[in-house]
Design a protein around this ligand. Structure first.
Ligand SMILES: NC(=O)c1ccc[n+]([C@@H]2O[C@H](COP(=O)([O-])OP(=O)(O)OC[C@H]3O[C@@H](n4cnc5c(N)ncnc54)[C@H](O)[C@@H]3O)[C@@H](O)[C@H]2O)c1
Length: 263
């Protein structure tokens, strides 16, 4: 029997990148998956991969910044699957400009999607979890939320907020038997990364123009284990936190980063 046999999981932003890796690992652990995303094309593709793994899949259009969209999305999952056991708040964005040129819009977008979006979708799922007195919420924060620094202030602050919100939700939902935890990914080569390469070229490898080379140079300088993390690494941590093995863990944020941040 697999760790999550026949559980129902909703993964926001599950169509690509880290979300896709989380979807794969949850499905391999036995879960049926709803993917809630604004990018329906990649969500449909990933849903097809879940079905190839022998699990059920459903795509729901869900914008985590819109309460009515979250409400309809969660209701659609409940109607289709007849329940919900696991919510993974993975959807996220990074700022368009580094700090010297950061705009109000950079702050608004990061806070709306990365922080308020967690609360909006969790609120909908929590209604169901409270009634059945069980449920798991796993938020995807970031090691960027562990420590501020020049370059990614809006993003880092939103992720620090996500870590704090994880603790608040865990405190409030514990008496209903709901576990709320976070995973803080380190460095992953996903579409999001393309927006970040300017920062690391400047800090670590000023002579490097190739994006992938800049990523690897930063990894060599900052990561004790010296290897990049994969979406599946993050998915494995999510599977653990969503499983019965983690029943007495709540309010925690787990770094999956090869040792970049040791706290
Ligand atoms: N890539 C990294 O190195 C890294 C490191 C640490 C944390 N993270 C976090 O991991 C998560 C996934 O990142 P990624 O690298 O896979 O990014 P990505 O840009 O590749 O994927 C993000 C996904 O979220 C979806 N999304 C964006 N806005 C949304 C909204 N309003 N509603 C619903 N879905 C929305 C996108 O359509 C996409 O499917 C994010 O929360 C990100 O902050 C990423």
């Amino acid at each position: 029997m697999a760790a999550l046999d026949d559980r129902i999981a909703l993964v926001t932003g599950g169509g690509r990148g880290i979300g896709r890796g989380i979807v794969h690992q949850l499905a391999k652990a036995g879960a049926h998956i709803a993917i809630g995303d604004v990018d329906l094309e990649s969500a449909e593709k990933t849903a097809g991969e879940v079905e190839e793994l022998g699990r059920r899949a459903r795509v729901v259009r869900l914008d985590v910044t819109r309460a009515e969209s979250a409400r309809a999305g969660v209701a659609g999952v409940l109607e289709h699957f007849g329940g919900l056991d696991i919510l993974v708040n993975n959807a996220g964005v990074v700022q368009e400009h580094l700090d010297d040129e950061a705009t109000e819009d950079d702050y608004d977008r990061c806070f709306e999607v990365n922080l308020k979006g967690i609360w909006i979708v969790s609120r909908e799922a929590a209604e169901h979890f409270k009634q059945r007195e069980a449920g798991k919420i796993v938020n995807i924060a970031s090691i960027a939320g562990r420590r501020g620094g020049h370059g990614l202030a809006p993003y880092s602050a939103s992720k620090a907020g996500a870590i704090s919100l994880t603790q608040s939700l865990a405190s409030g939902l514990g008496r209903f038997g709901v576990n709320v935890n976070a995973v803080c990914p380190g460095l992953l080569w996903t579409p999001m990364w393309e927006k970040l390469e300017g920062l690391f070229q400047g800090d670590v490898a000023p002579d490097v123009v190739d994006k992938r080379a800049a990523f690897e140079a930063y990894l060599r300088s900052a990561c004790p284990l010296g290897r990049e993390q994969t979406p599946e690494d993050i998915g494995d941590a999510v599977v653990f936190l969503a499983s019965d093995a983690a029943r007495n863990i709540t309010g925690q944020s787990l770094n999956v980063d090869g040792g970049i941040q040791m706290n």
